[in-house]
Ligand binder design. Structure first.
Ligand SMILES: Nc1nc2c(ncn2[C@@H]2O[C@H](COP(=O)(O)OP(=O)(O)OP(=O)(O)O)[C@@H](O)[C@H]2O)c(=O)[nH]1
Ligand SMILES: [Mg+2]
Length: 525
């Protein structure tokens, strides 16, 4: 239960939440309903209403007459036709009613996002570690999950777009907090924690996080999202109607199934009618996603000009009085189950977030591994080409090498591939290459011009470089296709291979030329 003035206690200090003075008047004129209708003479309006009523009565009468005529004709029909028509009409009515029900049915809160169990996640993180990926942040997240559980506190994060007043709200909720990292003014750059005490005596740790949708603040936004997942309760702070992106953020938060509050801050900016209308609209927008939608005023500072006795003026900055009683009450209510009661949802949210992050790291790690494999094979192809005594004018993919590359990449992406499938795949790649052979040689010739002296080394080097290009293109095309389709899709890989074979620009070609040079130097040494 919040204290008499609506706040929590903070340590031994009582926090008082007071209401701000009455409504503003600034925008009230815009809301006054004044239409031209009201300006019409009363008699004229009565006449219009009588006419409309007569038209409606006539329509109803006509419809009833038509229905009776139809019923009579229906009764004169043979029995089998009556049954057929009756059944069709019945089905039609049923379909109509189902559509109506579907449109008007009460919306249930969505089921929370699926989260993998902890052992599965730990196993995946272990595998990533074995592959040399940096998993410190992921294991750190699991330790933090355990650490917070052990503290037996309720955690609440204030999340929302920049400048909606999150930090001011935290200050208002815990004005006397002596936190290890106190909440500062200005744009929040990192997650800050401040403690307050809930009415039942338990500690409520408030997390002030960086605002989302800040230009160039993607990393800070990720930090804020992670913190929102780590908390038991989330307050989504806004300062007006929800934009489309804000509504998406609310949906994203709600999907984790944790208690969610939507807090309309800066309520002092509107009069009572406007505030009620905004709250109604917000409730419509969030539906069952939020446990509650409330309006508060965190306070913040305001500037005004003060007239001095000598006639001059000076700028004064003054703190507005916070009015956050509804928030204090809602938080007390939502936190009532205590850390134990709220922990399962929190754990699921953290695990679901980790599942996503592990997935991203798995993709990155695999892509890096694929790149290493492709590079190794491109080098082998160069060495093989340099060893060939007389290069022909046709480029033919070195079959055994291409098959080994395909096998290794399929294994990396966990795609089963039989020898027959691999052979088929290499055959298809040869066909694709046949049409692009001259293009590859032209690209190779062009790129080698950047390396003085190479031109004199003759066709051997040109062919070797062409093979570097071919194997690099083949490997990259296959890796991209395997990552996307999770199967050995010849047509898709061939399409990608065509594109890469024709790509003669950029750093890739330069790198491959350097790789050819290296192999050549090694051979000479
Ligand atoms: N009128 C009014 N202004 C407020 C209120 N609360 C905060 N403000 C003002 O809004 C501005 C932003 O407040 P902050 O608390 O820094 O907002 P924030 O959400 O923490 O911002 P970021 O950390 O950048 O995401 C400041 O100028 C506050 O004075 C309020 O209730 N009413
Ligand atoms: Mg802030």
């Amino acid at each position: 239960m919040p204290n008499r003035t609506g706040g929590f206690e903070n340590g031994s200090v009582k926090i008082a939440f007071t209401r701000t003075a009455g409504p503003g008047t600034s925008a009230s004129a815009r809301l006054e309903p004044h239409t031209r209708m009201l300006a019409m003479p009363r008699r004229f309006r009565l006449l219009l209403a009588a006419l409309a009523f007569a038209a409606l009565a006539w329509l109803l009468f006509a419809a009833a007459e038509r229905a009776l005529a139809l019923a009579q004709r229906f009764l004169q029909l043979p029995a089998w036709l009556q049954w057929t028509l009756g059944t069709a009409l019945g089905l039609f009515a049923l379909a109509g009613l189902s559509v109506l029900w579907w449109l008007l049915r009460p919306r249930r809160a969505r089921r929370p996002v699926a989260a993998p169990d902890r052992p599965t996640l730990e196993r995946r993180i272990g595998q990533l570690q074995e592959r040399g990926a940096d998993t410190v942040a992921l294991t750190g997240e699991l330790s933090e999950l355990d650490r917070r559980r052990a503290t037996e506190r309720v955690y609440m994060a204030l999340f929302g777009e920049v400048s909606t007043g999150k930090s001011t709200l935290v200050r208002a909720l815990a004005p006397h907090a002596v936190a290890p990292s106190d909440v500062r003014g200005g744009t929040t750059r990192q997650v800050l924690h401040v403690d307050a005490v809930l009415p039942d005596g338990r500690t409520l740790t408030l997390a002030d996080v960086p605002g989302s949708r800040e230009a160039g603040g993607a990393a800070r936004e990720a930090m804020a999202r992670e913190e929102a997942l780590r908390s038991h309760v989330v307050a989504y702070v806004c300062a007006g109607d929800l934009t489309r992106t804000q509504a998406q953020e609310v949906r994203w938060l709600a999907a984790f199934g944790k208690p969610l509050l939507v807090v309309l801050n800066k309520a002092d900016q509107w009069n009572e009618t406007e505030r009620a209308r905004l709250l109604r609209r917000l409730r419509d927008q969030v539906g069952a996603d939020a446990a509650d939608v409330i309006a508060v005023s965190a306070g913040g500072s305001e500037r005004f000009l003060r007239q001095l006795p000598d006639g001059s003026t000076e700028q004064v900055e003054r703190q507005r009085k916070p009015a956050i009683e509804p928030l204090a009450e809602a938080v007390a209510r939502l936190a009532a189950p205590g850390p134990g009661g709220l922990e399962p949802q929190r754990e699921r949210a953290v695990l679901a977030g980790l599942h996503e992050r592990v997935g991203v790291l798995e993709t990155q790690t695999r892509a890096a591994e694929a790149e290493r494999i492709v590079r190794r094979y491109a080098r082998r192809a160069v060495v093989g080409a340099l060893a060939a005594i007389a290069p022909g004018s046709d480029l033919v993919i070195q079959g055994a090498l291409a098959a080994a590359l395909t096998r290794e990449l399929a294994h990396l992406y966990g795609v089963p591939a039989s020898d027959v499938q691999i052979e088929d795949f290499v055959r298809q790649a040869r066909l694709t290459l046949r049409t692009g052979s001259s293009l590859v040689l032209a690209i190779a010739g062009n790129a080698l011009k950047a390396f003085p002296g190479l031109g004199t080394l003759g066709g051997g080097v040109l062919h070797a470089f062409a093979y570097a290009l071919i194997f690099d293109s083949l490997g990259r095309a296959l890796a991209a296709s395997l990552a996307e389709r999770k199967t050995l899709d010849q047509a898709d890989a061939a399409e990608k291979l065509k594109g890469l074979l024709a790509d003669g620009n950029g750093a890739r070609v330069k790198e491959l030329a350097a790789l050819t040079m290296e192999a050549l130097k090694e051979r000479e040494a």
